[in-house]
Design a protein around this ligand. Structure first.
Ligand code: CA
Length: 649
């Protein structure tokens, strides 16, 4: 049966090759497309030779070769709407032809300028010279304008393009989503690609999710974003809707969103894993992050992370946004959102602290900040810094009146767990109104974390924390951090924070590796396309310390690092994990706690019990008449009525 199908398919293909113009259902229309083509007889631009029309003449020996190398296309104005069911293509018959159709994109639109274009099909295989390849299209919307956009630098070089379908406007029950991940489409005015951080390009932004059934189409702008990441050929973007917008499953309603490019991060998930660590640390706000595929003006750009813009918002940095008139009394005390920022001197609104930490003021923003507000936050930062530096103050205030130690330590732990050498190159801090504390967070930007930085690789061999083992520090920020964590009471609290994360937030190697595996599954189709678009898997880019041939090797390396790093932190922070072979079991009826002197109190049972230490050795027995008393602090398992209850004393 299968062989017969294949034979019929081949026969159909042969027929199509011989008489393509007469293939059943093939749509015709007015040829539209890129004007300038190449005249190879004198190597010049032409409008009469190798034109867009030659991709629709039914002749496999004629082709469209565009003069320009980017954003060139050939298509049809069908005159009225058709629901497209199938597309066909055949490459130019030359030595490079087969390759040149890979990542060629078919699109449909109802505006002549293609501002509302959505993808119909993306070619992922080499073309076949001398025949037409076909693909079914799964898109319920009808289109008047259809086109083939050549991949970047291919100059189209397409011999024939075909569209099949049925007349009608169709419906929006399902558009085509390129992979299982949401597809983000940016169509810009005049197809001008975003080129810097200052110029916002008018854009239509379309997000297709939930297997093509959820469609969002909004007007807005796009531009580049980032610092180092902006230098890569795969560009990071910031999109901004004209009106505040809810997006995918993000909690915030906002205009600004980011598309992180993950060029040097071949796992494509360092931010995702670090954000998961942030959530498990209990930090107040972790940025939203969702992997997506991005199409810009008909060109597949690869796998990106659609993330929050880190800014003041009820569901982002949760502080009151100041008005320029908030210049006295309580109103002057916040909210402020600042960034310890190695790049601060490139910003408009920034200051250097008294002891040399560069700080960018993010909110109130540079256009709206009142001088009183700038003075206030600068002075407040200096006060905090001074209290961290001095060992004994002559005032009643101490560093812990201003530094929110729990968030400082959580951010520290996410930075050290992930081995982020940028943690104190860029550190976000915010201050609420009428609250003296400076809160650390959110965490952000992990592309060189998880041992992806050749300056500190391999991190697990470093005896000291990564932030002071060769990472970047914004001015004297590292000194600030060291002064804090060297204080005995902060060090003790750091150990306690790690213990809480490990015990209560399922911060285990098994759980984190399972999380990585689930993300890798989710990313699989998209990572294949991404590395087809950017064939850099085996290349050293940015600060890569190693390069592998396969995506799987990057994932395994990431898991090995995470496993090793949790062990390293356990040792560094004196954490004793639960002994193996003595699994704890949940119980509602019986609970155990240790009094300050170590005496165990059992609620819900009067049975005798055994106490095991961290190595799994039985060390004590007890009962309601003679309760066990723990002599040393540590982790214990109490076995009672067949259940194992972990306690920490
Ligand atoms: Ca042709």
């Amino acid at each position: 049966m299968k062989a017969q199908h294949l034979f019929l398919a081949m026969a159909a293909m042969a027929l199509a090759t011989a008489m393509p113009a007469k293939a059943a259902g093939k749509l015709t229309g007015t040829v539209i497309g890129t004007e300038l083509s190449v005249d190879y007889s004198n190597n010049s631009a032409s409008t009469t030779v190798n034109t867009a029309a030659m991709a629709h003449d039914g002749d496999l020996s004629t082709y469209f070769a565009s003069y320009d190398r980017q954003y060139t296309w050939t298509g049809l104005d069908l005159g009225s709407q058709f629901v497209i069911t199938k597309v066909g293509w055949s490459p130019r018959n030359d030595s490079k032809g087969e390759e040149r159709v890979v990542l060629g994109m078919f699109e449909g639109a109802n505006q002549a300028d293609f501002m509302d274009a959505v993808p119909l099909y993306l070619i992922t295989e080499k073309g076949k010279i001398g025949q037409i390849s076909y693909a079914d299209v799964n898109c319920s919307r009808g289109f008047r304008y259809v086109r083939y956009v050549g991949p970047e630098n291919a100059r189209c070089n397409i011999a024939e393009v075909e569209f099949y379908g049925n007349p009608g406007a169709g419906d929006d029950s399902h558009l085509w989503q390129i992979t299982n991940l949401p597809t983000v489409i940016i169509n810009t005015r005049n197809a001008e690609a975003p080129y810097d951080k200052e110029h916002d390009i008018v854009s239509n932004i379309i997000v297709i999710s939930e297997n093509g059934s959820n469609i969002l189409e909004k007007t807005g702008t796009s531009r580049l974003r980032g610092n180092a990441s902006m230098q890569f050929p795969k560009k990071p973007y910031r999109i901004k809707f004209d009106k505040k917008q809810q997006l995918l499953n993000a909690p915030a309603t906002a205009k600004k969103w980011t598309l992180i490019n993950n060029y040097g991060d071949k796992s494509l998930m360092r931010n995702i894993v670090a954000f998961e660590a942030s959530r498990r640390s209990g930090l107040e706000y972790t940025p939203f992050c969702q992997s997506v595929d991005v199409v810009l003006n008909g060109e597949y750009k690869g796998n990106y992370q659609l993330c929050d813009q880190v800014e003041v918002n009820a569901n982002r940095v949760p502080i009151i946004e100041m008005e320029p008139t908030d210049i006295a009394n309580e109103a002057l005390t916040g909210g402020y959102f600042i960034e310890v920022d190695g790049y601060a001197d490139q910003e408009i609104s920034w200051f250097n602290s008294a002891r040399g930490i560069p700080v960018t003021i993010k909110s109130p923003d540079e256009d709206a900040i009142a001088p009183m507000q700038k003075n206030y936050i600068t002075g407040y930062f200096n006060k905090m810094e001074n209290l961290v530096y001095i060992t004994q103050g002559n005032t009643s205030e101490t560093y812990s009146d201003i530094v929110d130690i729990p968030s400082f330590l959580k951010l520290f732990l996410v930075g050290e767990f992930s081995g982020n050498t940028d943690t104190y190159w860029s550190t976000y801090i915010y201050k609420h109104r009428s609250d003296p504390k400076m809160y650390f967070g959110p965490v952000w930007d992990f592309d060189i974390a998880f041992d992806n930085d050749n300056r500190t690789y391999p991190i697990l061999s470093k005896p000291d924390y990564v932030y002071r083992s060769g990472g970047s520090s914004a001015g004297s920020m590292n000194t600030f951090v060291t002064l804090l964590i060297n204080r005995p009471e902060v060090k003790a609290q750091l150990e306690k924070e790690w213990q809480t994360m490990r015990d209560k937030q399922n911060f285990t190697a098994e759980s984190m590796c399972a999380y990585i595996d689930s993300i890798a599954d989710d990313l699989d189709a998209s990572q294949r396309l991404n590395f087809l678009r950017w064939p850099i898997l085996a290349q050293y880019v940015h600060m890569n310390p190693v390069a592998f041939r396969t995506y799987g090797e990057y994932i395994n390396t990431l898991k090995n690092y995470v496993t090793g790093r949790i062990q390293w932190l356990d040792k560094k922070l004196n954490y004793v994990p639960a002994p193996s072979g003595l699994e704890t079991t949940a119980t509602a009826a019986v609970s155990v706690f240790a009094q300050a002197d170590g005496t165990l109190v059992i609620n819900g049972s009067d049975k005798a019990y055994d106490v095991y230490d961290a190595s799994g050795r039985r060390c004590l027995t007890g009962s309601s008449e003679s309760p066990a008393r723990l002599a040393m602090h540590g982790m214990y398992i109490v076995r009672i009525e067949g259940q194992n209850i972990k306690i920490v004393f």
